[in-house]
Design a protein around this ligand. Structure first.
Ligand code: SF4
Length: 310
């Protein structure tokens, strides 16, 4: 398989076939972000043969005796199909025609493929027509992961995310209409010191009128090579304390009133949590309280400081 740089995928895509069709990020401007730093966005057009070669390799794996044995052991159905996750920061930025070409190739080599997922920015949805979104859904695109980070407009603007809370609502409603399901990534701490609660409420209010399947929370970790670090050095922005981040998460969970999976599983979370809302709300809130009762600010801060890479 051909891969470029570090590959990030959501924890729930662990079973998916990771297929590289893009590398890097088209936006590359979020102040806190240090992922894909040295990597300009690219679509593997000229080496479309590489994509085909990867699919041929994957095809051999899916039909290998080892895979058949795994299927048997795990009681997976032989023709149960597979899911493909396109790697890169936002492959959904590709045009409708390019995404279609990719889905045709996937079907050619993996006829039992059921769905295709990838990361998407809110701004990647806007250029596609409603008809194109519906067709993409028919071609298998489903379960997109969108790093909205927050719906706090002040934070979105300061961090250069390139869209507003209104855009989140508008574009996700279009996904709802097209039948394309989606998961959100939330970035705890993005609103800055003293504003965690505001950010959490604003985000829950937006989520409550949409239909994310999952809200995955990551915690802001500021690295010295980020633009945000410079803003902090210049006194333009202040980080939330670790305890404020946990209070922020509590407000998010308390305010959410839709059925959704809540997960805080990535390495940026000192303690991992997962549950189904609304039924696990009480347990999640109590778990969050236990963390802040049990660990001091210094201990939680120590975890963040020693987190060398996300
Ligand atoms: S946070 Fe996402 S959209 Fe923003 S620069 Fe990083 S990879 Fe790109």
């Amino acid at each position: 398989m051909h891969y470029t740089g570090t590959i990030w995928r959501p924890p729930y895509e662990a079973e998916s076939l990771l297929l590289e069709v893009t590398a890097g990020c088209t936006h590359h401007k979020c102040k806190f972000c240090t992922l894909y730093d040295e990597l300009p966005f690219k679509f593997r057009t000229s080496p479309i043969n590489d994509i085909e070669a990867d699919l041929q390799e994957a095809q051999m794996f899916f039909h290998s005796p080892q895979r058949k044995l795994e299927n048997k052991l795990l009681e997976r159905r032989e023709n149960g199909g597979c899911r493909v996750f396109l790697t890169g920061a936002n492959p959904f930025a590709l045009t409708f025609e390019k995404l279609t070409a990719v889905s045709v190739l996937i079907k050619k080599y993996l006829p039992n493929n059921q769905t295709i997922g990838c990361f998407s920015r809110i701004t990647d949805i806007a250029p596609k027509t409603d008809g194109e979104l519906k067709q993409l859904h028919q071609q298998g695109f489903d379960g997109l992961t969108i790093g909205i980070e927050t719906a706090d407009d002040t934070a979105l603007k300061f961090m250069n995310k390139g869209y507003s809370s209104e855009d989140i609502i508008k574009q996700c409603k279009r996904l709802d209409n097209a039948g394309i399901s989606y998961n959100f990534f939330y970035l705890t701490g993005i609103s800055g010191a003293g504003r965690g609660e505001i950010g959490a409420k604003a985000t829950a209010d937006v989520c409550n009128i949409l239909h994310p399947m999952l809200i995955g929370a990551n915690m802001l970790t500021v690295y010295t090579n980020s633009e945000l670090y410079q803003e902090i050095q210049h006194g333009n922005w202040q980080e939330e304390s670790e305890k404020e981040k946990y209070e922020e998460l509590k407000v998010l969970i308390k305010t959410l009133n839709i059925p959704v999976v809540f997960a805080a599983l990535g390495a940026s979370n000192a303690i991992q949590l997962q549950g189904l809302l609304p039924q696990d709300k009480k347990r999640l809130l109590s778990d969050l309280s236990s963390i802040t009762d049990r660990f001091s600010e210094e201990e939680l801060r120590h975890y963040r400081k020693t987190l060398r890479h996300l």
